[in-house]
Write a protein that binds this ligand. Sequence first.
Ligand code: KG4
Ligand code: ZN
Length: 367
Amino acid sequence: MQQQEPTSARRSLVLGIETSCDETAAAVVARDPSGGGQVLSSLVRTQWEKHRPFGGVVPEIAARAHVDCLDILIGEALREAGVGLSDLSAVAATTGPGLIGGLIVGAITGKALALARGLPFIAVHHLEAHALTVGLTEGIAPPYLLLLVSGGHTQLLIVRGVGDYQRLGTTIDDALGEAFDKTAKLLDLGFPGGPAVENAARSGRADRFDLPRPMMGREELHFSFAGLKTAVRRAAEKLAPLSTQDVCDIAASFEAAVATSVADRCARAMDVAAVRLGPDLPLRFVVAGGVAANQKLRGDLERLCVSKGFSFHAPPLALCGDNAAMIAWAGAERLARGLVDPLHASVRPRWPLDNQAAPAIGAGVKA
Ligand code: KG4
Ligand code: ZN
């Protein structure tokens, strides 16, 4: 990272590029000097059809698919925003964490545009982009308590400022989105799993199966979903072959177990955050990442916030999952603070948001 003269006194226009997983995305956002943001365009092309036959994301296919459409998408994002490359203040691309092939495609494209136009390049941390999205959509500035729930990560963090994150807890095995995806696969609901499970759960009875609520009441603020996944498999195997109603009831019972466990962890985190933030700061809770689109989770967390005296914030559904508006916005926030990167900045498939956090013990811990 390099430090340049902060540009916070000027309106900036940033092109964002996202290619860390199975969505190719390009967007243009504007940031005004007072810190307000505006999405001028935000295009996302999913690759689900390409990965569906394999039941999950195939890294090699993902990287090739990004190559196929990224340049076209960038052109469309600029056109829709009504700006040209010469109007831009900077180019921001996700450089980690994520699948290395896709990260390389996005980073190289962003760097090439920055080099050709003499623009600053900003290497964006994908999770930081999820973390800061409410700044773009609601004007919410740190500090706040954040629950980050995506396909690869499940973390509770105190967001103290741009680039300043304190991790309170993480998953010790599967990420929450991964648990949704695996449950969907087991129930033959297709890919991507989160929306499919949510959809089936709408027609299901959540009290039919008594599934475990992992980590309930535990002092450390970690999550675990592997045991729940096994319990879901056992319930499904016991009933096989499953009727449509069985599938919906298992999905609803799974969603309820997840929401109860996550709300318990968040309740504890709110107590910790209230102490750490002190009495003079507003108590704000943000949920972000792909799983933040889940209505049951959003509803339960919003009710929890009311009971704990926190305000509740979440991006609109279109900006919960991977998108490039959040990358452009994280880039604009960094640019305003003079935080830009050299063109030799490397991609980082693994990149903890809080690199001071003690390693968590568990089978598949994700930093
Ligand atoms: O943030 P995201 O788009 O990509 C990553 O950075 O991982 O999150 C994707 C994850 C997937 O596991 C997907 O199944 C899950 O978010 N997801 C949902 C819902 N929509 C997406 N999970 C539960 N309910 C949903 N409505
Ligand atoms: Zn994501």
